[in-house]
Design a protein around this ligand. Structure first.
Ligand code: ZN
Length: 166
């Protein structure tokens, strides 16, 4: 009886150990490949100009829908000079998690065509240049800009543009 009990516990711990090991091994696969769900998505894009309103800059490149933090897109236009465009599409959650759902954004800016990182940097700088930018947003965006690896020439170009020298 004692031996049976010992064997039982040995098997029990071995089973628990194997299950823990397997679940740890499987976890990344589960995270990368969740069950696919097709959902509606709205993508908002705004041209980036010196005088693009703050509300448009803050919503630019955001996505809305059941798979995103913000479920409903804003009512457009944001204001009198809003040029934002909402595009509607359907997205599979598998594509979303694998990054395959990233669409190329039409990078219309008054600095000409910009790469993805440059465009994001320019958008952050435009937001910071707005006198009505809230303090908490300012700090958040400054922290996002710091680690960006950009050509100093481009940063200088943005500086001059925002100072009205270009
Ligand atoms: Zn807008």
């Amino acid at each position: 009886m004692e031996l049976d009990s010992l064997q039982f516990w040995l098997f029990f711990f071995a089973a628990v150990f194997i299950l823990m090991f397997r679940s740890r091994k499987n976890r990344p696969t589960v995270a990368v490949k969740p069950r696919g769900v097709t959902a509606r998505v709205f993508s908002l894009h705004s041209p980036l100009h010196h005088d693009t309103p703050l509300a448009c800059l803050l919503d630019d490149t955001k996505r809305f829908g059941p798979l995103f933090q913000e479920k409903e897109p804003p009512v457009l236009p944001h204001g009198p000079s809003c040029e934002c465009v909402l595009t509607e599409s359907f997205i599979d959650s598998n594509q979303l998690y694998s990054g395959k759902a990233e669409k190329e954004v039409d990078p219309e800016t008054d600095l000409g065509p910009l790469g993805k990182l440059q465009r994001r940097y320019y958008r952050y700088r435009l937001i910071l240049s707005k006198p009505d930018c809230p303090v908490d947003q300012t700090e958040e965006i400054q922290n996002l800009i710091l680690p960006m690896d950009l050509d100093p020439k481009f940063q200088e170009q943005v500086n001059q543009h925002l100072e009205g020298k270009l």
